[in-house]
Design a protein around this ligand. Sequence first.
Ligand code: IDP
Ligand code: MG
Length: 195
Amino acid sequence: MPNFKKERTYVMVKPDGVKKGLIGEILHRFEQRDLKIVALEMFHATKEQIDNHYPKDEAWIRRLGQKTLGTYEKYGLDAVKELGTNDDLELGKFVRGWLVEYMTSAPLVRMVVEGVHAVDMVRKICGATLPYLADMGTIRGDYSNDSPVIANMEKRSVMNIMHASETPVEAQHEIEHWFGGREEVIFDYKRYGEE
Ligand code: IDP
Ligand code: MG
């Protein structure tokens, strides 16, 4: 049976989070909610690393494209006029490409966060994908007002301060991708009060 007290998730502070000076704030919010930082590192990602971080399967890329199309429809914008296509796969590929540019534009901070329901808890602290819709009190809701309408118009990724795995399976893949073969930089220790 998995050890539910030690669920792990993967987090990255994205370029805008680093540049806004939010590394400490993000760590603080995890720590105050009893989550444990078990690995922590600043680095500059390569395009290849980011390309391999985001899923490559067609379904994921289409989902990204559909979200983008949804935004265009909601605000009465014409995807064909703006981006030359309304095909969800093509749009998903555009957004994926913008993500690679964005994530390699400045240093990132990568970490592994551990604790009870770490995956869901960290997503909750992080907030919804689109900052203008993210709840107040979440990182994305408190520190960004970016919108996909603006991002798509400017042909760039939505800047939403941090990445966090969405499911335990995604977390496992991402920890393997970013820390695989370097298990010595993931630490096991007890916080005060922990049995
Ligand atoms: P998540 O980061 O909340 O898990 P995903 O759907 O996995 O969100 O999307 C990955 C990243 O793609 C988002 O964090 C955001 O930076 C970017 N993104 C998502 N939708 C759009 C969009 O419509 N336009 C531009 N970038 C987007
Ligand atoms: Mg995601």
